[in-house]
Design a protein around this ligand. Structure first.
Ligand code: GUN
Ligand code: FE
Length: 424
């Protein structure tokens, strides 16, 4: 093998656990064929032949992971924000998603979205498409072309959609099977089962999806859980036999290791224990929870309890695609919960280092990589050039990272690496 040996140099910062930053000033990451060989404060002699990219005083961190977002809602960012979940779905989300029956439209929007993600440093996603199989394949093509990796799912919804956005149970099952067969060989973006949420799927459909999940044990499941109080009341009416929302997924074999559940705003101690026990991942989407007035998830408590948590933009429930914005929103709402949630003695609020972990290391772990820069993993990294911000010689490197998290924008990103390849 004659793999390219490369070294990038700069101020390296990463978080291997929530709340703990590793800061390596003026250091090197060496890769061979895109795979990390090590991080060093001096370039070792044996790598002297490496092709060097010197980023000088810039900051290098792991790239971002967005574990919950809706691709076909990209055209409605910032719309319908005076509504709550169920009204918002009917008035904005369903009509917008219906437009993705048009493959040409899907191609235009998804190409833009894929580039917008990579430009903001997001290289790994768990993403919802619409119910349309063709558009979902297009989404996967465009994400792969731009260098975005992870999982994408054709949405299942055979009830409570709209006249133009609904499928029969038979269609939903057949199209899902086809979708999996067509896409299971992809390298960067893999298929994921995506029942929209319990109110969108009949019991028959859930049962069939459970069978598919059992047939394809490597294909995970993604959906929504305990996001909004009206939604939860509705789920209770639909499944009176289930004591809690999560049981409506568990009943059909969809509640399992690596299942991704967005929101968990109202997941109480019992539901959180079920999440932890099954190895389900809770995805905190603070911007969405604020924008469509769902509530504030107990994310600090989940971390303390050892529940697997990562973060999602949930566009277009959330209005911001950048995970830097999502991280700062998580910190803000966590402070509100601490101040006004009535449990000020028990929990502090989320710190910058914890939020940073939730948009980097947590998702890395979900995708089977080591949080931080793991030897043997493919390089996923962002390089920040913060010289566009006011010069402040008194800042140390972790303070510079804090300012980047709060203020960083597209133009402050100098380079993005995904799967070992520089994409920006
Ligand atoms: N629950 C079911 N569908 C959706 C959706 O599109 N967005 C959000 N935030 N919640 C949902
Ligand atoms: Fe969502």
């Amino acid at each position: 093998m004659n793999e390219r040996l490369e070294a990038i140099k700069g101020n390296i910062i990463y978080a291997e656990t929530p709340g703990e930053l590793t800061v390596m000033p003026d250091s090197w990451i060496v890769t061979e064929g895109g795979i990390i060989r090590g991080i060093f404060s001096e370039l070792p002699e044996r790598y002297a032949a490496a092709e060097v990219t010197d980023y000088g005083d810039m900051i290098i961190t792991p790239s971002f992971t967005d574990l919950h977002l809706h691709a076909p809602q990209y055209p409605m960012l910032g719309l319908g924000m005076d509504l709550e979940l169920l009204g918002w779905l009917n008035k904005y989300a369903f009509p917008t998603e219906a437009m993705f029956s048009d493959a040409g439209y899907a191609r235009r929007v998804y190409s833009k979205l894929a580039h917008a993600l990579i430009e903001r440093g997001t290289t790994r996603v768990c993403i919802f498409s619409s119910l349309h199989r063709e558009a979902t394949n297009i989404l996967m093509d465009e994400l792969e072309k731009a260098g975005v990796t992870g999982y994408a799912g054709k949405v299942n919804m055979d009830r409570n959609g709209s006249e133009e956005l609904i499928e029969t149970t038979e269609e939903s099952v057949a199209e899902t099977r086809l979708f999996i067969e067509e896409n299971k060989g992809r390298k960067l973006i893999k298929p994921i089962l995506t029942p929209r949420f319990t109110p969108s799927c009949t019991n028959e459909l859930m049962e069939e999806l459970g069978k598919i999940a059992a047939e394809y044990p490597d294909i995970p499941v993604q959906s929504h859980l305990s996001e909004n109080t009206d939604e939860m009341k509705w789920v209770k009416e639909l499944h009176p036999d289930c004591a809690q929302y999560w049981e409506t997924y568990d009943k059909y074999g969809l509640w399992k290791n690596r299942t991704v559940m967005a929101h968990c705003v109202y997941s109480d101690e019992r539901e959180r224990a079920a999440i932890k026990k099954a190895g389900v991942w809770a995805v905190h989407c603070p911007d969405s929870n604020t924008c469509i007035a769902s509530g504030i998830a107990p994310v600090r408590t989940m971390l303390k309890e050892g529940v697997k948590v990562a973060m999602g933009s949930d566009i277009a429930g959330g209005a911001k695609l950048s995970m830097l914005d999502v991280a700062t929103e998580a910190i803000r709402v966590s402070k509100m919960r601490w101040l006004f949630g009535g449990k000020r003695d028990e929990e502090r609020f989320l710190t910058v280092a914890e939020a940073f972990y939730l948009i980097t290391g947590a998702g890395q772990e979900y995708f089977g990589a080591r949080p931080g820069f793991g030897i043997g993993d493919r390089l996923h990294a962002v390089v920040f050039d913060d010289r566009g911000m006011a010069d402040n010689p008194r800042m140390n490197l972790s303070e510079r990272l804090e300012r980047i998290i709060y203020l960083g924008e597209r133009q402050d990103i100098k380079a993005v690496y995904s799967e070992g390849i520089r994409r920006i």
